[in-house]
Design a protein around this ligand. Sequence first.
Ligand SMILES: C[S@@+](CC[C@H](N)C(=O)[O-])C[C@H]1O[C@@H](n2cnc3c(N)ncnc32)[C@H](O)[C@@H]1O
Length: 215
Amino acid sequence: MAEPRKPVSAPAFWDGLYAEHQDGWELGEAAPSLRAWLAAGQTFTHAGASPMSRPPHIAVPGCGRGHDARLLARHGYAVTGFDFADAAIAEARGLAATERLAVAFEQRDIFTLGPDYAERFDAVWEYTCFCAIDPDRRAEYAQVLQAILRPGGILLACFYPLREGTDGPPFPVSREGIATVLEPCFRIVEAGEPPASPERRRNLEWFVTAERRAS
Ligand SMILES: C[S@@+](CC[C@H](N)C(=O)[O-])C[C@H]1O[C@@H](n2cnc3c(N)ncnc32)[C@H](O)[C@@H]1O
């Protein structure tokens, strides 16, 4: 019989993993795919009625210790990382302070962002949050990302892990399943192999650029 799904919608579950050093997802550095994408000279641009007086604003949901958020800040973007785990946000803030980087980290359930952050971001960077949430909430997650993006905003995502099964986290993903979930809220512009992957995640990742649909 299948095991009951772990209580991934509760911050206490993730706080427990951080406290017990069960953070097997931790790379200790930014996602190789994002690093390679930026190193190749790719950029995020302003979307919709974004204030041009400041850099494009990027949201990083489920940011963990904030390695990707800090990398984006080092590239000159205004960045807000969201995570509902105490340890994640405390460590993310500490690491950013050590590097003297201005990154906003907010302790927050991402499913509550819609009303407060409506059309506030030019882009979202998604890595290992989609596979961390309850798979039954993936359509809701896509709706939240659509809500917080400005019209024409971009979702850049590296989805993981491409494998069969139902157990998690990380809960398995498939290209078809992702496309189906994104379809009502986003138009996939480009999808394929990521420009780089961690050794142990090679051939298990799918790199997607998608544009927010008008809501
Ligand atoms: C697998 S970890 C990945 C962390 C980070 N993206 C990384 O690659 O190191 C998933 C993170 O998402 C956070 N998370 C899961 N569900 C969340 C939710 N509903 N709201 C906010 N954070 C959430 C967890 O606390 C955890 O830090």
